[in-house]
Design a protein around this ligand. Structure first.
Ligand SMILES: [Zn+2]
Length: 48
């Protein structure tokens, strides 16, 4: 029964978080510049 997963229904852990490589803060949107530390290294987190 993987239908719900296919549809992306459920908690927002299906979204792709972004993480600052400088201070390790996580964001739901990709900042060009990290609002926490000013680093430009905000990149998508790869859970797999
Ligand atoms: Zn940062």
């Amino acid at each position: 029964m993987g239908l719900m997963r296919r549809l992306g229904v459920g908690p927002s852990d299906d979204s792709d978080p972004y993480e600052c490589q400088g201070c390790e803060s996580e964001f739901e949107v990709q900042y060009q510049v990290c609002p926490e530390c000013g680093s430009y290294a905000v990149e998508r987190v790869d859970w797999d």
